[in-house]
Design a protein around this ligand. Structure first.
Ligand SMILES: Cc1cc2nc3c(=O)[nH]c(=O)nc-3n(C[C@H](O)[C@H](O)[C@H](O)COP(=O)(O)OP(=O)(O)OC[C@H]3O[C@@H](n4cnc5c(N)ncnc54)[C@H](O)[C@@H]3O)c2cc1C
Length: 507
C-alpha cells in the first residue's frame, strides 16, 4: 500500500485543533478522516462495539451478515477518502459490480430487472413497449435534477435562507415541488413501471408519493456509477475504513456513549461521556441523530430554532422490521437485491406513514449477497438472506413485543409466494430487529431507521444544518442533516462539514 508521509494538513503552526466526532456511521467516519487530513487531532467515539453505525455485522448460524446498507452507489465517494491519505481503496477492499441492480417482483408474478441502459429499456419494452419514450424523457429530467441536486448542491452548505431563495427558481423550473411518483407518472403509463421507477425514496426513509422528485437524481447516480457490493460485504468496507482511520492516526473509542456536548459561553468545548469522563475539543461533530442532539445533548442551551415543540412537529421517517436468516439449501436463481412489491403499494404507504398500523400484505426487500459474492454464503452450505419490511416508527405506539412475530409471518408469506417457495421449512438460523432496536442501539428518535423524512419542507435549508445555529463549534453530519439519508448522502454531508469547518466563519 502506498502511503503519503504526512496528512495533507493545511494547519501549519501552533497546536493542532482538536475535534471529537460523536458517532461512527459512514458520515462520522468520513468527517473524522476529512478533519484528520486537514490537520486536526481527531477522536471518534461510538456507543456500538464496532464502527459503521447501522452498517453493523451480525453472525447468524455461523454466517456473517450485513445488518444495514447493501446497495452501494457513487463508489468514488469512498475512493476519495482513501485518496486523502495517498491510498488506493481497491487495495483495501474490492467493489464487485451487481447485476441486475435490483429485481422488482410485482404481485402478479411478473418481474422487472432494473439495470443500466440498454438493459433497462429492453425490460421496459418487454413489459410496456409504449413507455420506452416516456422513460427516456424521465431519465433526461432525472439527469437535470442530478446536475442541480448532486453535482451543484450535494456538497454545499445550506445555512442561509438567502441561499435557499437563490435556489428556488431552479427548483421551481425543475418542479421539485412534485413528488417522485408524480414525476414518473407524467412520463410512464404502466402502473407496475410507475412503482418500479419511483421506489428509491424508500431507500432513504420517504414515501415516493410525497418525497420531492429531486430524489430522481438517485436514478442518474445509479446510471452513472452503477450499483456495487464490497467483496466480503459492507462490513468489509467498514473494516477497510477502520484500518484507514488507524493509519491516518484517528483515535477510535468504541463502546463509549456521549451523554452531553459540553458548552461554555455558547461554544462547544468537548463532550461528557456516559459513566464519567470528558474529552475536550475545539470542534464537535455530531453523527448522532440531530433530533436527539438538540432534544437531549445540549440541555442547558436555549434553542432559537430546534425547540422541543419544533422537534415534535417534524415528520420522522419510517421504522423497519428486518429478519436475518440462513437456509439449509441454496437459492441460486434469486437476485442479489429483490423488491417483492405487495398487492396495494399505495395503501401500504398510507398504513406506514399516515395510519400508523402494520400492513397485512407488506412489500419485502430481500438481500441475497451470495448472488454477487459467493463467499457470503454460510461456510457449511446453504444461503444467507435478510428480508426487510417498512413499518411505522415508534410514534405509532405498536407493541413490538407482540407485533414482531406477526410481521415475521407476513414477510415469510410474501417470500414464499415469490422468491423463496417453502422457505419456512429450510430456515436454519435467524434473528430479527424492529424499530425498538434503532431507538436503543443508535438512539434514533422514534426508532426511525432513516431519521427525518426527505420531504421538500424538510430538505436543504429546512433540514438540520451541518453547522449548528444553536451552539458555536458544533457541526452535524449524517442522515438527519443536509443533504440527507443513504450512504452517498451522508458521505456528501461530511464534505459539507469539512467545507464549513475549513471556512471558519459562517458560510
Ligand atoms: C436496514 C437498512 C438498510 C439500508 N440500506 C441502504 C442501502 O442499501 N443503501 C444506502 O445508500 N443506504 C441504505 N440505508 C441507509 C443508510 O444506511 C444510512 O442512511 C446511513 O448509513 C446513515 O449513516 P450516518 O452517517 O447517518 O450514521 P449512522 O449509521 O446513523 O450511525 C450513527 C452512529 O452514531 C452512534 N451514536 C448515536 N448517538 C451516540 C452517542 N450519544 N454517543 C456515541 N455514539 C452515538 C450510533 O450508535 C451509530 O453507530 C439503509 C439503512 C438501514 C437501516
Amino acid at each position: 500500500m502506498r502511503r503519503r508521509d504526512a496528512v495533507s494538513a493545511p494547519h501549519t503552526a501552533g497546536p493542532r485543533p482538536r475535534a471529537v466526532v460523536v458517532g461512527g456511521g459512514f458520515g462520522g467516519i468520513a468527517s473524522a478522516l476529512r478533519l484528520r487530513a486537514r490537520g486536526h487531532d481527531v477522536t471518534l467515539v461510538d456507543r456500538c462495539a464496532r464502527l459503521g453505525g447501522r452498517a453493523q455485522v451480525y453472525t447468524v448460524g455461523g454466517a456473517c451478515m450485513d445488518a444495514g446498507p447493501t446497495v452501494i452507489t457513487a463508489p468514488h465517494l469512498f475512493d476519495e477518502l482513501f485518496a486523502l491519505f495517498g491510498h488506493d481503496r481497491a487495495e483495501f477492499v474490492r467493489f464487485l459490480p451487481v447485476s441486475p441492480w435490483y429485481r422488482i417482483r410485482f404481485h402478479d408474478g411478473e418481474h422487472f430487472d432494473y439495470g443500466p441502459t440498454p438493459r433497462i429499456e429492453s425490460e421496459i419494452a418487454r413489459l410496456s413497449p409504449g413507455d420506452v419514450d416516456g422513460y427516456r424523457r424521465f431519465a433526461a429530467h432525472a439527469r437535470k435534477l442530478f446536475d442541480k441536486g448532486f453535482t451543484e448542491l450535494g456538497d454545499q452548505p445550506f445555512h442561509s435562507f438567502g441561499r435557499m431563495l437563490r435556489t428556488v427558481p431552479d427548483l421551481a423550473r425543475l418542479r421539485a415541488d412534485r413528488s417522485l411518483y408524480g414525476l414518473v407518472s407524467r412520463h410512464i403509463r404502466d402502473p407496475r413501471l410507475r412503482t418500479a421507477l419511483s421506489l428509491q425514496p424508500l431507500l432513504i426513509g420517504g414515501d415516493p408519493h410525497r418525497t420531492t422528485c429531486i430524489y430522481a437524481l438517485i436514478h442518474e447516480l445509479e446510471r452513472r456509477w452503477g450499483v456495487v457490493f464490497p467483496e466480503g460485504g459492507t462490513g468489509a468496507l467498514v473494516d477497510a475504513l477502520t484500518r484507514l482511520l488507524d493509519l491516518a492516526g484517528v483515535e477510535v473509542r468504541t463502546g463509549t456513549t456521549v451523554e452531553r456536548i459540553a458548552v461554555r459561553d455558547g461554544r462547544a468545548v468537548g463532550v461528557d461521556l456516559a459513566g464519567g469522563g470528558h474529552l475536550s475539543a475545539d470542534v464537535v461533530v455530531a453523527n448522532a441523530d440531530p433530533a436527539r442532539v438538540y432534544g437531549h445533548m445540549v440541555p442547558d442551551v436555549a434553542k432559537r430554532r430546534w425547540t422541543a415543540p419544533r422537534l415534535n412537529r417534524l415528520r420522522y421517517g419510517m421504522g423497519l422490521y428486518v429478519l436475518y436468516f440462513t437456509t439449509d439449501c441454496a437459492y441460486p436463481d434469486v437476485a442479489h437485491h429483490t423488491i417483492a412489491v405487495g398487492p396495494d403499494e399505495r395503501d401500504e404507504l398510507r398504513d406506514i406513514f399516515d395510519r400508523g398500523r402494520l400492513c397485512a400484505t407488506p412489500s419485502v426487500y430481500l438481500h441475497r449477497p451470495a448472488a454477487t459474492d459467493p463467499g457470503m454464503a454460510p461456510h457449511c452450505g446453504g444461503d444467507s438472506f435478510y428480508a426487510l419490511a417498512c413499518t411505522p416508527n415508534l410514534r405509532a405506539g405498536i407493541d413490538w413485543g407482540e407485533a414482531a412475530a406477526q410481521v415475521r409471518e407476513r414477510v415469510l408469506d410474501r417470500l414464499e409466494a415469490s422468491e423463496l417457495p417453502g422457505v419456512r421449512g429450510h430456515i436454519a438460523a435467524e434473528t430479527a430487529v424492529t424499530p425498538e432496536h434503532f431507538a436503543h442501539a443508535y438512539l434514533d428518535r422514534h426508532g426511525s431507521a432513516f431519521r427525518i423524512q426527505p420531504l421538500f419542507t424538510q430538505s436543504a435549508w429546512f433540514r438540520f444544518h451541518n453547522r449548528s445555529e444553536e451552539v458555536a463549534g458544533l457541526y452535524c453530519v449524517g442522515a438527519g442533516t443536509h443533504p440527507g439519508a443513504g450512504v452517498p448522502g451522508v458521505l456528501c454531508s461530511a464534505k459539507v462539514v469539512e467545507r464549513v469547518i475549513a471556512a471558519g466563519a459562517p458560510a
